[in-house]
Design a protein around this ligand. Structure first.
Ligand SMILES: Nc1ncnc2c1ncn2[C@@H]1O[C@H](COP(=O)(O)OP(=O)(O)OP(=O)(O)O)[C@@H](O)[C@H]1O
Ligand SMILES: [Mg+2]
Length: 263
């Protein structure tokens, strides 16, 4: 094991904080994030909800350092998330909304990719670790399959499994339960909570699922039109007197709505 990996291994159990400090991000003329600011405490499960297109995925990419803010800074502990060195000192991982799996590698090799790349374990130990994570996510039978041969929900679970293999201190989840049946969604919630309770992993979870937000979120931020509208517990948000948040959290299905009128 290299010295830097030994440092990684030693430091990986310390919970980290995240501070998003007045972050703005635009693509061309479109201002996607506008002065977004909040703090996530070490070991907290911080949920982000908001309408489609409000900037949730872009925000996560700025936290993990894949996108760089035009203004403001994301701090992971005292380190600037946009700097490469930060990610060799703090172990971060992201479960992408699309999965972002390696299509030419089997499920097993997708999970083994990061530890092999960093020479973290011998092959025997690696196999045990991969098998354990596959079992946690009920993926044992999929180990030798290619991502193209999986259902949407299985691909989602492989993306989560691959992030778990990195044993990160900070884990970002972009829609971890979409495409999953209710039992598997509950399992994912249990895994996120267990990682926090047992390893002190700090989690930022983007979700559209109110049950996920209620069951695991310590606090929930509502992102609307690129700005944080409110941060509170899910219970308090449900009772809030803000028509846009109310409508977002409890939308009414109205088949008499004008948009359904045929001429
Ligand atoms: N690389 C990019 N280049 C140009 N525009 C982008 C880029 N990434 C995101 N956008 C735009 O930024 C806006 C916010 O996108 P984002 O993916 O963050 O939305 P979201 O809140 O995650 O939505 P959803 O709930 O549908 O996943 C969208 O209008 C999107 O088209
Ligand atoms: Mg998104």
């Amino acid at each position: 094991m290299h010295a830097s990996q030994q440092n990684q291994a030693e430091s990986k159990r310390q919970p980290v904080s995240v501070r998003v400090d007045q972050v703005s991000k635009r693509f061309g003329a479109q201002e996607v994030l506008k002065n977004v600011g909040f703090e996530v405490e070490p070991g907290e499960i911080f949920v982000i909800m908001g309408p489609s297109g409000s900037g949730k995925s872009v925000l996560l990419k700025n936290i993990i350092g894949l996108e760089v803010p035009d203004e403001g800074t994301v701090w992971i502990d005292q380190l600037d998330a946009s700097k490469r060195e930060t990610h060799s000192q703090v172990l971060t991982a992201m479960v992408f909304q699309s999965g972002a799996l390696f299509n030419s590698l089997s499920v097993f090799d997708n999970l083994a990719f990061y530890p092999r790349e960093h020479e973290l374990y011998d092959e025997g130990t690696l196999k045990k670790k991969v098998d354990r994570v596959l079992e946690m996510l009920s993926l044992q039978d999929a180990a030798e399959k290619l991502p193209s041969a999986l259902s949407g929900g299985m691909r989602k679970r492989v993306a989560i499994a691959r992030a778990l293999m990195m044993e990160p201190q900070l884990l970002l989840y972009d829609e971890p339960t979409s495409e999953l049946d209710p039992i598997m969604a509950a399992t994912i919630c249990e895994i996120i909570a267990t990682l926090r309770d047992e390893l002190g992993v700090t989690s930022v979870v983007v979700t559209h699922d109110r049950d996920v937000a209620s069951s695991i979120g310590d606090r929930v931020a509502v992102l609307m039109h690129g700005s944080i509208r409110k941060i509170d517990t899910m219970d308090k948000l449900k009772a809030i007197d803000d028509s846009e948040i109310k409508e977002f959290l409890n939308p009414e299905v109205n088949l008499k709505h004008p948009r359904f009128k045929t001429q």
